[in-house]
Design a protein around this ligand. Structure first.
Ligand SMILES: Nc1ncnc2c1ncn2[C@@H]1O[C@H](COP(=O)(O)OP(=O)(O)OP(=O)(O)O)[C@@H](O)[C@H]1O
Length: 309
């Protein structure tokens, strides 16, 4: 059995998401990602205005309060870190924002409109995309096909159009491939476009997840522990990628345990502990915050008071 992973120049397999006759090439001269990947996206660079607002957000599971009246804004154009010890409520917060969990109380709004109760696809349409702690890709599909799935939300051809391969469908498919390739190039894995995603090295799969999330043309990209399992060099590369995503006009919400990465890449950090927000500030201040230090050292408040004296 051949392994397409060994042959990055191979054309896509006949089975899969794309038409078999479609040729895949990496363009020599890649224009700005925002133009190629998201032609429909209106880029607003007015940093500082709230894009998403969480107000008194509360999520309970039976008797357990996983998020307890959490309030913070995600400002347009920033990289916001969401940190906290294990079980602090970070993923629950993501899940409540992205339609996985329905909050017990409080609100989540994006550009003033409520996201509470919206289905996942409606939240994608509203402009929020995410990656997962445990990578979720279509393993049998190629890297490119995984990205094209994300782009599909923007396709307008009808089912008969796709079946009869109308000119419009072919044009849209060509555009999707060009944009998919530009995205793979942007995240640094275009050389593996035709490899089945499950055959990709771990770091490539993480990058592919980011490319697929960007394909939905989000305003807010939520990354859930994107550096898990990375070595220091890969973490450095990831930091550069996250910065370039922000520089392209996206807003980024980052959950990450690696403090060096979080401190190095974020503009602001919100800290959760036992479901409550305990700090919200710039990285330099967060590093010095006694409540944050205590949360991470696992000391109780009395110890902290003693230590501060
Ligand atoms: N679906 C669920 N059902 C019941 N309890 C849950 C559920 N999801 C999360 N929890 C609980 O809610 C609390 C917060 O969990 P959450 O996963 O949000 O924390 P976290 O900060 O993301 O932790 P980690 O850093 O370990 O991923 C934990 O006590 C967890 O056990």
């Amino acid at each position: 059995m051949t392994n397409p992973h060994d042959d990055p120049d191979a054309t896509p397999p006949a089975e899969g998401h794309l038409s078999p006759e479609v040729e895949v090439t990496v363009p020599d001269d890649l224009p700005d990602i925002a133009e190629v990947v998201a032609p429909d996206r209106t880029i607003r660079v007015d940093v500082g205005e709230p894009l998403v607002s969480l107000n008194d957000l509360t999520v309970t599971f039976g008797g357990l309060t996983a998020l307890d009246h959490v309030t913070f804004d995600i400002l347009r154009g920033e990289i916001l870190g969401l940190i906290g010890p294990n079980g602090a409520g970070k993923t629950t917060c993501f899940n409540a924002m992205t339609g996985v969990y329905r909050p017990s109380a409080g609100t989540v709004t994006m550009e003033g409109k409520s996201l509470v109760g919206k289905k996942k696809h409606a939240i994608t349409q509203a402009g929020i995309a995410r990656t997962f702690q445990n990578i979720r890709l279509f393993g049998e599909m190629t890297a490119l096909e995984n990205v094209v799935v994300g782009l599909d939300a923007r396709h307008r051809t009808s089912v008969p159009g796709a079946i009869f391969r109308t000119a419009r469908h072919r044009r849209e498919e060509r555009e999707a491939i060009d944009r998919g390739m530009a995205l793979l190039e942007f995240v640094g894995i275009a050389d593996k476009a035709t490899a089945p995603s499950r055959s990709l090295p771990y770091g490539y799969q993480r990058r592919l997840e980011i490319a697929r999330a960007l394909a939905t043309e989000p305003k807010l990209l939520c990354l859930d522990e994107p550096a898990a399992g990375f070595n220091p060099a890969e973490k450095q590369e990831l930091m550069a990628l996250i910065r370039s995503i922000r520089d392209d006009g996206y807003t980024v919400l980052l959950i990450e345990h690696d403090m060096k990465l979080v401190m190095g890449v974020t503009d602001r950090i919100v800290v959760l502990e036992f479901g409550r927000k305990i700090a919200d500030d710039v990285p330099a201040k967060i590093q010095q915050d006694p409540a944050v230090i205590a949360a991470y050292l696992g000391t109780d408040e009395e110890d902290e008071d003693d230590g501060a004296a």
